[in-house]
Design a binder for this molecule. Structure first.
Ligand code: KG4
Ligand code: ZN
Length: 375
């Protein structure tokens, strides 16, 4: 089954063609980073306008790269939420109109479900390609960690009429900022650039993660919930009124006049104290993500952990989870970086399983800014 996936929930316009939820024929992504860069975050109105401009070229690109025509698509899968409502609507209405005009089945997919399926898709791809990787066995504790989400789920599967049907039980989620959002806000505070996650990831390698001590993040109630706004404020207090603040202002002025700069150039405009601060901040975020995910997995007695979403690209997160996998005898699975950040292949893969399980969206399908998974 050839599924055309469409994803427009935030600031990436994406389309992909995936065969049977495991073979990616194409995955096209138009990033809006340049549009939102100067604001240090996604501007919803600009995002929807960009999606409108990009959706047709990106769908065409996905089809061309897959070497197929629209009529060869067997079904469509579109993200129905959660996300920015104006952005979601562009992809959803586009997908719905295509499905109606082609007379092909359509399913709506939860964006978080898509991120979880990115892990399964990557695993099936790797095994198909003959790479020696373990099968990603369920049940799993799945951490979805991006600019918009930080959520933990228990993922289980059962066979219904020979087809796998997936279930998601929410275990915890952020009560304020998402982890990626905290990376972006700290980078904005320090005038390091946007998006902040990849930049901090690179700069942190040159800093001492123990130079600034941030206390453990305490959570009352559910121990698998997250909170990063306090840490972000703690970084602000370390900066405000100090030499780090004047350094950040100088960097802001330099960046304005310099145009596009490389991470090397940014690093050369950072003092050792700034590098130490970002390394310490990153260390605190990653430690919290890992400890809560491990604790959730242990509490549910599962030996498999999935990590996906933009922050899953973080090199420290990957390295620390890999260490934990060895010391705790758990299996940890990540998608490749391209499948970790927003993409439509994960939507097509998740949609495939809904389609084979008999799901079909009708014309009432609509977008939801808030759209809990498994609640
Ligand atoms: O999944 P994604 O593409 O979009 C959302 O659904 O939010 O994730 C984007 C987020 C941004 O906040 C970005 O700063 C963060 O992922 N990110 C990273 C890294 N690469 C991207 N955070 C930490 N380390 C990275 N290497
Ligand atoms: Zn996402």
């Amino acid at each position: 089954m050839l599924v055309l996936g469409i994803e427009c929930s935030c600031d990436e316009t994406a389309a992909a063609v995936v065969v049977d939820g495991e073979e990616i024929l194409s995955s096209a992504v138009a990033s809006q980073v340049l549009t939102h860069e100067k604001y240090g975050g996604v501007v919803p109105e600009l995002a929807s306008r960009e999606h409108l401009k990009k959706i047709t070229p990106i769908v065409n690109e996905a089809l061309t790269r897959a070497g197929i025509g629209l009529n060869e698509v067997d079904a469509l899968a579109v993200t129905e939420g959660p996300g920015l409502i104006g952005s979601l609507l562009v992809g959803l209405v586009y997908g719905k109109a295509l499905a109606l005009s082609l007379g092909k089945p359509l399913v709506g997919v939860n964006h978080l479900e898509g991120h979880i399926h990115a892990v399964l898709l990557e695993n099936r791809r790797a095994r198909r390609a003959g790479r020696e990787v373990e099968a990603a066995a369920l049940p799993a504790a799945a951490l979805v960690v991006s600019g918009g989400h930080t959520s933990l789920f228990l993922v289980t599967t059962e066979s219904v009429d020979g087809n796998p049907v997936f279930s998601y039980t929410p275990l915890g989620q952020t009560r304020d900022d998402a982890a990626g959002e905290a990376f972006d806000k700290v980078a904005k505070l320090l005038a390091l650039g946007y998006p902040g996650g990849p930049i901090i990831d690179q700069l942190a390698g040159f800093g001492n993660p123990e130079a600034f001590v941030f206390g453990r993040i305490k959570m009352k109630g559910n121990p698998y919930d997250f909170s990063f706004s306090g840490l972000k404020t703690a970084v602000l207090y370390r900066v405000r009124g100090t030499a780090l603040a004047s350094e950040a202002e100088a960097r802001r002025a330099w960046r304005k006049s310099a145009g596009r700069v490389t991470s090397e150039e940014i690093r050369s405009h950072c003092s050792q104290a700034t590098l130490d601060l970002v390394a310490s901040f990153q260390h605190a975020v990653i430690t919290d993500l890992i400890e809560r995910t491990q604790a959730a997995a242990e509490s549910r007695r599962v030996q498999t952990i999935f990590v996906s979403g933009g922050v899953a690209c973080n090199s420290l997160l990957r390295a620390r989870f890999a260490e934990a996998a060895i010391s705790r005898a758990v299996q940890v699975f990540f998608p490749s970086p391209e499948l970790s950040t927003d993409n439509a292949a994960m939507i097509a893969a998740a949609g495939y399983y809904k389609l084979v399980a008999g799901h079909r969206a009708d014309t009432s399908l609509t977008a939801h800014a808030s759209f809990p998974l498994g609640a």
